[in-house]
Design a protein around this ligand. Structure first.
Ligand code: MG
Length: 217
């Protein structure tokens, strides 16, 4: 496997292990807005503004809602992940590739273990990973906050310089690279933004991309 020999393979979940075209995250986004609207008794425009503002400032809307509005994190997480996963397709090829990779494989997600298990079951990837680290595992502190990575690294005893991290959200790669991980942006070319120093590799699709790098040697 040459330069792609890593002991720790870390994957974000949503829009990384399946394409954004499934619209799963679009549904989550809508449910976040509707939660804010109902919980704070505001209109949809304000709800959308708060959602964006908090996500930008703290990494997730949830974190902002917790800090500024004392919402119930568990109620929020349960509500926003009640989504239709029908559009997710079994990905046998990806399951095979991940199972064949030597080393420890983890999911690192700002969602929940329950949502991750639902998604992985639909993709048929449920037996591919050694652990799922969700937003509760780091005390609701999400990526891209340093504390989330520190806790993730500590929890599994990961050596960051022996780790490779796959993620569709470019800013979440900044701390990963700073901690010493090799980073891979999984997203269309247009979303690379201006974070090139933190993005060591780029692939538009995780299955095709993994196939390529693992065959390169
Ligand atoms: Mg993602």
């Amino acid at each position: 496997m040459g330069r792609f020999s890593f002991n720790y393979w870390i994957f974000d979940l949503d829009n990384t292990l399946y394409p954004p075209s499934s619209l799963v995250m679009k549904q989550v986004g809508q449910r976040i807005r509707s939660f804010i609207q109902q919980y704070l008794d505001v209109d949809m425009i304000i709800a959308a503004r708060l959602q964006e503002e908090y996500k930008k400032k703290y990494g997730t809307s949830l974190r902002g809602l917790m800090l500024h509005h004392q919402i119930s994190a568990d109620e929020f997480l349960e509500y926003v992940h009640q989504v239709d996963l029908a559009a997710l397709e079994t990905n046998q090829e990806l399951a095979y590739i991940i199972r064949e990779i030597p080393g420890n494989k983890y999911i690192f997600t700002n969602s929940t273990i329950k949502h991750a298990n639902n998604v992985l079951a639909k993709l048929d990837l449920n037996d591919c990973f050694d652990g799922i680290f969700d937003v509760r595992c780091a005390g609701y502190i999400p990526k891209p906050q340093d504390e989330a990575y520190q806790e993730f690294i500590r929890h599994y005893g990961i050596k960051a310089e022996e780790a490779i991290f796959f993620e569709d959200t470019a800013i979440n790669l900044i701390p990963a690279a700073a901690f010493g991980m090799t980073t891979v942006l999984v997203a269309p070319e247009s979303s690379r933004q201006n974070l090139i120093p933190y993005i060591h590799y780029h692939m538009s699709d995780v299955t095709d991309g993994l196939k390529q790098i693992l065959n390169q040697g």
